[in-house]
Design a protein around this ligand. Structure first.
Ligand SMILES: Nc1nc2c(ncn2[C@@H]2O[C@H](COP(=O)(O)OP(=O)(O)OP(=O)(O)O)[C@@H](O)[C@H]2O)c(=O)[nH]1
Length: 640
């Protein structure tokens, strides 16, 4: 005997067989009618609907067999379910698979077997519809067709059961899932850390969770007496209502806003509200699902942040304004500075032009005494070109040898002590020309500090001409223009000095006062020019009569004075006076003819250390001269 092998899909087949719930169930007419038809139409004693279980075959319907089941390993049906076509065994004794099968050898003594597999929708062969006879036989084609049709009916019934089982299983599964889902939803709804509310289309609460109650500060029963409108801050209500309307009208499928709720204690609290809607199977709006998230702290922080940001923006704006203002001021200052720099440059140019073209020589030296600037006029005044002079030591260029040491000492003293006696003063100094001659200059020296170093600059005016004029003026002021002799002023200045010399040298001194006799007549007769000529001749004669060291001066009109110095003895003066008197008597050619003239001469002596005042001495001589006049002129009188 050969037991049947297991089908390749055995596990799934068994699972499906068990799932269908057919095993070990009561007989059912639908199956029994089919086995009856098999038995009748095929004229067999046994007809079965056999279901092949793991270890047995169990008969859902049986004709001609008492037992409800038999072992699988001896079951013909276990072989039949392996085939895709009906299995027909005409004589089991002739078939090696069944010849020694106990079912063949013993009751029910099977000799003939015809079984058709009963298949599920998925093609699992659960068992067979089979006809069995204890006699060998053959199945006609017609009988095979009947058996096939009836097996088909069993298969259809099985598939119906299969569909039913599947539906039930799905239903069970759905219910399980539904229950799980509902439980999950309730847990989430109740225990969620976020506020959830189911809101009826009319705005009333259907359900609110614990968190929402906590957030709003109401108990559930209190909240159920209110609608969301009652606890929404009025300013935020219109936007909420508008969106809710759009949601209800299917214009949007959800919305989310941030709004303020009024808590039971009156406090306003910010929340993020997300609303969706629940539609029932009929497509009608059943309720709204509102998710309320407490964002109060965030909003407050945001507001604080906004305020801070606003304040910062204000501050930035203020700083920007101030910065712009500073920038403007800076730009203005820079523009001003640029202008100033430009002006400075122009000014420097102007100054250098002025210096260059100045009428005075401009010379500057550094603190080592090296020439750093030398203008055009300096070139003219001192004969050195700028190229030659700049870089040379000043003392080697324009300072006369006898002043060089003083200059160097002055510079050194300034370096050591900062003392500078020459600065800022108008000085008259002597400078040296390139050719060696001395140039009198008026100098004003200034000191400038540039980057911590000193520069000494000076304008030097060539005062040669002025000096010359000055000496001329001085000369004019002290000399008589007509005769060239020192005048009264010069004589008055010279007299005290002469007296002092006499005191010092212990020598006698004499003063003669000479007045021409009848000079007016000369003028009157021969004219003023002749008178002048006479006066000049008199001056010459007086000079010739005296020594170089003596002084002859024109005192006024036709008055002359003669000062005799260094006389070893006073008598010497009388000799000179006599000599003058004689000399002046010599005729003078005037107006083409010789004219004789005379003078009256007064003589006064000065004894060394006699301390006679100059005025007194003059007075004495003058008086003596008048005495001579009164005595008839042309004579000498000596002061007593
Ligand atoms: N030509 C000329 N005449 C002068 C000058 N200064 C003075 N006189 C004249 O000199 C004269 C001096 O006058 P007096 O000394 O009184 O004349 P005098 O004739 O010499 O008189 P006695 O001294 O008494 O002899 C006046 O007529 C002046 O006008 C001068 O510079 N040139």
């Amino acid at each position: 005997m050969k037991s049947a092998t297991l089908p390749p899909d055995e596990a799934e087949r068994i699972a499906m067989l068990h799932a269908l719930g057919l095993l070990d169930t009561d007989p059912e007419p639908v199956f029994d009618r089919i086995t009856q038809l098999v038995a009748l139409t095929l004229n067999v004693p046994i007809a079965l609907i056999s279901l092949v279980d793991t270890d047995r075959q169990w008969f859902k319907s049986r004709i001609g067999v008492e037992a409800e089941e038999s072992p699988r390993d001896v079951a013909f049906c276990a072989h039949a379910i392996l085939q895709t076509k009906p299995m027909v065994v005409n004589d089991a004794l002739l078939d090696e698979r069944f010849a020694d099968n106990p079912m063949v050898l013993q009751f029910p003594n099977i000799r003939f077997y015809a079984g058709i597999p009963i298949r599920t929708t998925a093609g699992y062969a659960l068992g067979t519809l089979c006809a069995i006879d204890a006699q060998p036989r053959e199945l006609s084609k017609h009988e095979m067709e009947i058996l096939t049709c009836l097996a088909d009916l069993v298969s259809k019934e099985i598939r119906l059961r299969e569909a039913l089982a599947l539906t039930e299983s799905h239903l069970k599964l759905s219910q399980t899932v539904l229950h799980a889902s509902e439980a999950r939803f309730r847990t989430i709804f109740e225990k969620a850390a976020i506020g959830i509310a189911l809101v009826a289309p009319d705005g009333g609460w259907l359900s609110v969770n614990e968190e929402l109650c906590r957030f709003l500060g109401y108990r559930q029963d209190e909240l159920h007496l209110l609608s969301f409108r009652d606890i929404t801050y009025p300013d935020d209500l219109p936007a909420d209502l508008d969106l809710l309307k759009q949601l209800a009208e299917d214009k949007i499928d959800r919305y989310k806003i941030e709004k303020r709720y009024i808590r039971k204690d009156g406090e306003l609290r910010w929340a993020s509200l997300s609303v969706t809607k629940q539609i029932n199977l009929r497509g009608e709006l059943e309720y709204f699902v509102s998710i309320v998230k407490d964002i109060h702290d965030r909003k407050v922080a945001e507001q604080a942040l906004n305020e801070l940001q606003h304040e910062l923006e204000n501050r930035v704006a203020q700083r920007t304004f101030e910065l712009n203002k500073s920038n403007e001021m800076l730009s203005f200052a820079m523009a001003k500075q640029t202008l100033a720099a430009q002006e400075l440059k122009e000014r420097e140019l102007e100054i250098s032009m002025v210096i260059e073209n100045a009428n005075d020589a401009y010379v500057s030296i550094n603190q080592s005494g090296i020439i750093t600037a030398w203008n055009r006029q300096a070139e003219i005044t001192f004969g050195w070109s700028a190229r030659e002079a700049i870089g040379q030591r000043l003392d080697q260029v324009i300072i006369p040898p006898h002043m060089q040491q003083a200059h160097l000492n002055g510079m050194q003293r300034h370096m050591d002590t900062g003392e500078a006696v020459v600065l800022g003063k108008r000085l008259e100094l002597e400078a040296k020309h390139k050719d060696g001659h001395i140039v009198p200059v008026e100098v004003r020296i200034s000191k400038i500090e540039v980057h911590g170093k000193h520069i000494f600059s000076a304008f030097l005016t060539d005062i040669s001409e002025r000096k010359h004029l000055q000496s001329l003026l001085e000369k004019e002021a002290k000399h008589d223009v007509l005769t060239g002799l020192p005048n009264r002023r010069a004589f008055t200045e010279a007299l005290p000095l002469a007296l002092a010399r006499a005191d010092r040298t212990q020598q006698w001194m004499a003063l003669m006062f000479i007045d021409l006799d009848g000079f007016k007549q000369i003028n009157d007769e021969l004219g003023h020019d002749a008178g002048d000529m006479l006066l000049r001749e008199i001056a010459n004669r007086l000079n010739s009569a005296t020594r170089q060291t003596d002084t002859v001066a024109r005192f006024a009109g036709d008055e002359f004075v003669v000062l005799l110095e260094n006389m070893p003895e006073k008598q010497h003066a009388e000799g000179v006076a006599q000599k003058i008197l004689t000399l002046l008597r010599d005729p003078v050619m005037l107006g083409g003819e010789p004219r004789q003239i005379s003078c009256s001469l007064g003589l006064a002596y000065y004894a060394p250390n006699s301390h006679v005042q100059p005025d007194m001495l003059l007075k004495e001589a003058d008086n003596a001269m008048y005495e001579a006049k009164r005595s008839g002129k042309n004579q000498i009188r000596i002061s007593a």
